[in-house]
Design a protein around this ligand. Sequence first.
Ligand SMILES: [Zn+2]
Ligand SMILES: [Zn+2]
Length: 143
Amino acid sequence: METEAQKTRTGSCLCSGVQFEGRLKDNHVEACHCSMCRKWSAGPVIATPLDFDSVKFKSDSSLAWYKSSEWAERGFCSQCGSNLFYRLQDPEAKLLICMVGALDDDSDLHMERHICVDGKPDYYEFADDTPRLTSEELFAESS
Ligand SMILES: [Zn+2]
Ligand SMILES: [Zn+2]
């Protein structure tokens, strides 16, 4: 029996210039409220890591990457502007995070936590009671 996270999911940008499939690492999503994510997507980013080796592109003709920091790049469609991926520049890291809105089926996913909440403005609030980490707490966790 495959778990829900292990099933192969399909995803695309708004214009379908980018079409991909792959499995998720788990069925949890994380919301990032940092100023970079909010500038990039016009709101908080809700995303989930893909199982790196399972990812295949059916079309990537309009997929473009923006180097947003010394270590990371953000993938988007150069045709329709959809925000799609976040990855580390080091391919050895095998990290590819997918913006959940790009998935065709995200109905069974659950919020795991919120990160960089110190970057969140006061005009919105999520109603779930999952953990809220500041960027400092997140940094402490990963180092
Ligand atoms: Zn597109
Ligand atoms: Zn962020």
